[in-house]
Design a protein around this ligand. Sequence first.
Ligand SMILES: Nc1ncnc2c1ncn2[C@@H]1O[C@H](COP(=O)(O)OP(=O)(O)OP(=O)(O)O)[C@@H](O)[C@H]1O
Length: 239
Amino acid sequence: MKIIEVSNLKKSYGTNHVLQGVNFQAQSGEVIGVIGKNGAGKSTFLEILMTIKQYDAGTVIVLDENIESLPMNRLELVRKQISVVLQPTQFYKTLKVEELLKLFKAYYKSSIDIKKIIIDFKLEPHRKKYFDKLSGGWKQIVSLAIAFLSEPKLLILDEPTTGLDPHMRNMLWSYITDYNKRTGGTVILTTHNMDEIELYCDKVMLINNGVNEVFDTTEGILASGYKSINEFYLAKVSI
Ligand SMILES: Nc1ncnc2c1ncn2[C@@H]1O[C@H](COP(=O)(O)OP(=O)(O)OP(=O)(O)O)[C@@H](O)[C@H]1O
């Protein structure tokens, strides 16, 4: 089943023409990495898919809805099926980790067991701590745990592993892979870590000069003669 279909997407900030014709599709159950240099437009692209950023031209279909000028009630139905990692707000400050998880479980009407989430995300030592007092990496882990609570059809993660230590990265990737296998959910993420792309992503989209210069399976890229995704990236993208 097609989850996302993007054609000829364009987005500029004033005279900065960031996306100049991006084409992209995601099928149910795929894990897709979006790569490109700093400022290439990856976050802009993801925010458009999250339905939180306007675009200038092109077509964006998310979960069978053309999101341009969609009435608010139908846009909300689309958003309900998407999970994103939000930047923590002030509101998080006054709550402890376990309280936050319980609150979002109730909000999402999730059937996921909070105890399992705490075990899976290694949160036991932190569950009674105030969110605000956690280190940056642990705040990120809690935000990711919350994103998974809704068991979304589509999970959009902007640099989810940045700032995480190697064990936490492995833990997060195991969780993403397991979630994807268990629920058939689609994951779209950005990362600057090419090893993660090679190990865990089914497909890769390289945004370069405003377009999807490459959009292929990880195997397809490696079969075309590159020793690694890192080598592919360095060959394709100049500073
Ligand atoms: N709200 C905004 N207003 C004006 N310019 C913006 C805005 N958001 C992003 N930009 C610009 O658009 C370009 C693309 O930014 P974006 O954050 O999408 O890139 P990115 O690929 O995610 O970069 P990075 O890898 O550094 O996170 C950059 O030149 C950035 O300065």
